[in-house]
Write a protein that binds this ligand. Structure first.
Ligand SMILES: C[S@@+](CC[C@H](N)C(=O)[O-])C[C@H]1O[C@@H](n2cnc3c(N)ncnc32)[C@H](O)[C@@H]1O
Length: 332
């Protein structure tokens, strides 16, 4: 009496290489993909992950501490050679070729990117038969760019080599629709468009975000954990009628699956690394239950926080953590 029925998870976790898994995936079984893939391709290889975990060397760069606060390791994409860039393009082409049959016509694929590598991924997916459908900018203060010329900082105090990064592109692709119109495709396959935030508000192509809040990083120490606020908005938008299954083939610790769970969508996550797979098993239920009122229908971080006496403390903590981060970033 008075007890809630046990909660049945809507997600499925698979410990495998996604290339192998996709080869066996039934055709037309998935309606959307949202993923944050490896980029140097080599940065999540066994030797590089060992170097990351040892905190020394390799493609992973440990940025200097700022104001006593430790910053997350970042992969050093500038070290990629021409041959590695070709590998990267081939990697995404092969991956997209395997993915395509598993998707229904009109399914959207959303891929986290890096401004420098974005064209390689777009060409690869286009050559594998996907349509390029713009990109959504996650707006946040990043540690990318803005530096003066190395070892000549004093000589060129007014020069920055690249602009200071304040966005992360999430590239959108679509498997071509099969019907004559989007409306017909929506009726037949439930895909082809994107879900609006609300009837009056379309999904915009830039979303104010922030760095992943500390409380989420306390749940998962994956170096590429993405924030629930942004992930819930994106994942929700990928199923235009709110029906279907979302795949994350490079799941990491599962921020996509946690977002899908919070929004109420079935999802599948594939992860190759044993450690990250086990981390996802622990992290997804915890991440999914944060900010219980936030289901990706609002852009504002403090959507619930404005709702008066029934103020949700968790949501408020989230908003305050973001404010604090922004103040800290401004001070740098
Ligand atoms: C950038 S991370 C994703 C992190 C995720 N955004 C999160 O919030 O935790 C990419 C993940 O893909 C995994 N991975 C790399 N190659 C893979 C493959 N072929 N199949 C499945 N997983 C792979 C890596 O181990 C890594 O955890």
């Amino acid at each position: 009496m008075g007890q809630n029925p046990p909660r049945l998870e809507m997600y499925q976790l698979i410990h495998a290489d996604c290339f192998d898994w996709l080869r066996k995936c039934p055709p037309h079984s998935l309606q959307a993909v949202c993923t944050d893939p490896p980029y140097g391709v080599l940065e999540f290889s066994k030797p590089e992950v060992a170097k990351l975990r040892a905190g020394r060397g390799g493609v992973w760069r440990l940025p200097p501490t700022i104001g006593g606060s430790q910053r997350d390791p970042l992969p050093r994409f500038t070290v990629l050679t021409d041959a590695q860039r070709d590998d990267l393009r081939r990697f995404f082409h092969d991956w997209a070729t395997l993915l395509r049959p598993a998707l229904v016509p009109g399914a959207h694929v959303c891929i986290a990117g890096h401004p420098v590598l974005q064209p390689l991924v777009q060409i690869a997916l286009s050559e594998a038969g996907f349509e390029i459908r713009t990109a959504i900018m996650r707006l946040y203060y990043s540690f990318r760019g803005g530096d003066r010329p190395k070892n000549a900082e004093k000589e060129f105090p007014d020069v920055c080599v690249t602009p200071k990064g304040a966005y992360e592109p999430w590239m959108l692709f679509r498997k071509p629709i099969e019907a004559r119109t989007v409306a017909e495709n929506l009726r037949r396959w439930k895909t082809g468009g994107l879900r609006r935030l609300s009837t009056d508000r379309p999904l915009p192509d830039s979303i104010p975000s922030g760095r992943t809040p500390d409380r989420e990083e306390a749940i998962s120490d994956h170096p590429c954990l993405k924030p629930q606020h942004f992930m819930r908005i994106i994942v929700r938008s990928l199923l235009p009628l709110g029906e279907g299954t979302v795949l994350d083939p490079f799941m990491g610790s599962g921020s996509t699956l946690a977002a899908a769970e919070a929004v109420g969508y079935p999802s599948i996550g594939v992860e190759r690394d044993e450690h990250y797979y086990a981390l996802a098993q622990r992290a997804i239920p915890q991440l999914a239950t944060l900010y219980p009122r936030f289901r990706g229908e609002e852009l504002e971080l403090q959507a619930d926080y404005r709702s008066g006496p029934e103020l949700d403390k968790q949501q408020m903590d989230f908003a305050l953590a973001e404010k604090y981060r922004k103040r800290k970033a401004k001070a740098v």
